[in-house]
Design a protein around this ligand. Sequence first.
Ligand code: ATP
Ligand code: MG
Length: 498
Amino acid sequence: MTTYKQDKNLQVPKEVSYVTKTLENSGFEAYLIGGSVRDIILGRQPKDWDVATNARPEDIIKIFTKTFYENKFGTVGVVQEDASFENLKVIEVTPYRIESGYSDNRHPDRVDFSTKLEDDLKRRDFTINALAGHIKDDAIHEIIDMFGGMQDIKDKSLRTVGKATDRFEEDGLRILRAVRITTELGFSINTETQEAIVSCGTLLKNIAMERIQVEFSKILMSDSPIIGVNLAQKLGILKFIAPELEQGIGVEQNQAHSFDVWEHLLRSLQHAADQNWPLEIRLAALFHDIAKPETRRFSHETKQWTFYGHEVVGSRVTRKILERLKYPKKTIDKVTTLVRWHMFMSDTETISLAAVRRMIVNVGPENIWDLMNLRICDRIGTGRPKANPYRLRKYKAMIEEALRAPLTVSTLKLNGKELMEVLGEAPGPKIGYILHALLEEVIEKPELNTREYLEQRSKDLNKLSIEDLKKLGELGKHKKEEVEAENIEEIRKKYGVK
Ligand code: ATP
Ligand code: MG
């Protein structure tokens, strides 16, 4: 075991040092532990804060009045009492534990509390996750390292604590955690650990799909999902997550594509990550051409490959994959919708505003911009570098044009039926003239758009001759068309298109 004194300033939030200090003041040991120590050393923002202690759950609950739960492992969530701490996080305080058994390759058969920090470090998966930080003055001032985790951090190397095959047999999920953590941190996997992943991969069959899904999503949400998914494939574990993806390996496409289906999908996914787009777009980018291998036919006429219907079959295959991985229904619906319509606007012809309107109905207005982003991923994934060509901007302008509420008499706070009641008039051209005359006034002065004003004003207008009303009405219509044209002009200007 090595203890490193820290000269570098490894700051922790006040909430965390409050918890460790309070435990120590009550006579217990307390260390920051797990991923948070690793992340602080690497200069990354930790996702959660774990504290390990020789105190027992009942002690922890006594010491912190605002503790709020306790699970079967004795973990107690501690909430900072001082309300002045903003961005309050729960800090998980867990007694030192010894785990043993693992007859199902998933869970320990026994969990015992221990009084020794070493026991708690031994049960951890990787050396870089088995560091304990002692906290003084809101910073880690000492690091306890039993397995060479500090050197591994320097070497950017992921290595199991102890014999890799043993550790994976205890808990098969660690195999996928290895790929996920390596991807997130930009590390490589040490040779022995890598060989054990290859030989133990089938253990992932014992792991609940929900847990696989969590790790898979973290790989996709990392900065370099292309590296993570590729690594999972190379190490033989992608087939336990989404074997369908491997069918694209070596499947060639036409000249427009420089890459096989597999590489195209990975590059599309990577673009979604480069743009920091959400999980749904990343999933859609990764799966959008999943059915290309099975729909590929050679056309002797054009001497080209065709992939007719691959988006329809692909959206079904994507649903099957995401259901198997137990994604929430909302996610599945969105991703499969995006895959289903991803061929929209892929033709070289110019598209009509009516076609854009139909597409908005098909995918739903809430998905249309995500569909555009998927198309961008698709395009970049073919190796075409220009991210925002004229045609794309033109489509964006058309979508915005189709989505905006048009300026019509229905904008008025008094509709045709109400107007007829107010005036005691029957339907006829006169009503239309009055409505347009009112609209013209409201366009000029939006504050006039109230029921009271419009009623009063329509009574005045009704006293005019039909000829004068017609003139006023046509003036209003003209004004409306002018403003409409201006609005559309503005949208087009915004996207730099005609
Ligand atoms: P993240 O950045 O996602 O929080 P993490 O390494 O902190 O990564 P957690 O799931 O938060 O991962 O777990 C906290 C710590 O618990 C890990 O650093 C590791 O020491 C230990 N741990 C988690 N899962 C396992 C496991 N399956 N086997 C052994 N140790 C584990
Ligand atoms: Mg963590």
